[in-house]
Design a protein around this ligand. Structure first.
Ligand code: NDP
Ligand code: OXD
Length: 311
């Protein structure tokens, strides 16, 4: 297999693959170009053009759930692309979503500011049952977050590309369903993939569709999908004009977030460094290896990416 992982320490992936499948030779980028023995490429932000040089490549494995980084390569060979769908990753994302939703519900930012000023005083405390959390992109990650939020008493809605059903969750789909979805959510959690259809979707037009009055004092946005989904200029404008009450952002138009971005120090923004749900090689390398073994045993690959849809 070729390990073509950039922008992420590849060493720990190599260690885990070697530990669980010592019989599988691993070639690590920048080696491997043109190598006819490579059957599998395990990638994160692979160098564009690299995979097209591998004449016997059978499968591309993304070490993340998102595959926009794979599609950045205009010369991508026409072989199946497998992405990560794994309990370990899903649980981490649900932790992040629940953490942020609860922080907004319980006014974490306001209490931290009060503590800094040694101010004793209780703030209004809306109940979870008064809050509707709208999950924009209710796929593998969004569905699990929905279940966990409902267990805490939140009302949950979801928005997807295709029509779906989920117990206890009011679902909307397509562009036609967007205004009602946004207009009924107090907190919007974005867990969309970055595709040609979703790029820049968090823009002034979308922010204007969000609910005006909420029990939290205004609508809240949480984006852990991809930075390319958001137009940061529009987000800042919505925050500064009080159209948006607060935002938790894990992903950014440019990563790492540049030091001069106003988002770093904005009082209404909570920043994490694309860390909502880390891919843990200890949990995920064995799953990738299992798929290779299944493929060699003639079984179908799971978690395949739909090239036309882009996710
Ligand atoms: P899924 O493919 O399982 O779910 C994606 C959801 O988005 C689906 O509900 C899908 O609709 C919906 N969707 C896609 N395109 C559109 C569209 N044009 N309009 C409306 N809805 C749309 O992906 P996952 O849940 O596994 O992951 C989601 C994303 O989370 C990843 O692509 C990645 O970008 C991000 N991520 C971020 C991490 C982080 O640490 N910040 C970690 C892991 C993932 P439908 O159900 O109809 O297909
Ligand atoms: C992913 C990510 O897509 O970590 O899995 O961003």
């Amino acid at each position: 297999m070729l390990l073509a992982v950039t922008g992420w320490a590849p060493g720990v992936w190599r260690e885990q693959f070697a530990l669980h499948a010592p019989q599988r030779p691993i070639i690590e980028f920048p080696e491997g170009e043109g190598n006819s023995e490579i059957r599998y490429a395990v990638v994160w932000k692979q160098r564009p053009g690299l995979l097209a040089t591998l004449p016997n490549l059978e499968v591309i494995f993304s070490i993340g759930a998102g595959v926009d980084h794979v599609f950045r390569d205009p010369g991508l060979p026409d072989v199946p692309i497998v992405r990560i769908v794994a309990d370990d990753l899903t649980l981490r994302m649900s932790e992040y979503v629940v953490w942020q939703v609860l922080d907004h519900l319980r006014q974490g930012a306001a209490y931290r500011a009060r503590q800094a000023g040694k101010i004793w005083g209780e703030l209004p405390q809306p109940a979870a049952s008064e809050i509707t959390v709208g999950i924009m992109g209710i796929g593998q990650l969004g569905k699990d977050a929905a279940v966990k939020l409902m267990a805490l008493g939140f009302r949950v809605t979801g928005w997807s590309r295709t029509e779906k059903a989920m117990d206890g969750v009011t679902l909307f789909n397509g562009r036609a369903g967007l205004p009602e979805f946004l207009g009924s959510a107090d907190i919007v959690v974005v867990l969309l993939p970055l595709t040609a259809q979703t790029r820049g979707i968090i823009n002034a037009e979308m922010l204007a569709m969000m609910k005006r009055q909420t029990p939290l004092g205004g609508p809240v946005l949480i984006n852990a999908g991809r930075g390319g989904l958001q137009v940061e200029r529009d987000l800042l404008e919505a925050l500064d004009s009080k159209r948006l009450m607060a935002a938790s952002l894990d992903v950014f138009e440019t990563e790492p977030l540049p030091a001069d971005s106003p988002l770093w120090s904005h009082p209404k923004v909570f920043v994490t460094p694309h860390a909502a749900a880390s891919s843990d090689p200890r949990a995920l390398a064995p799953l990738i290896l299992q798929q290779m073994a299944d493929h060699e045993a003639g079984k179908p690959l799971c978690n395949l990416v739909d090239r036309d849809a882009g996710y």
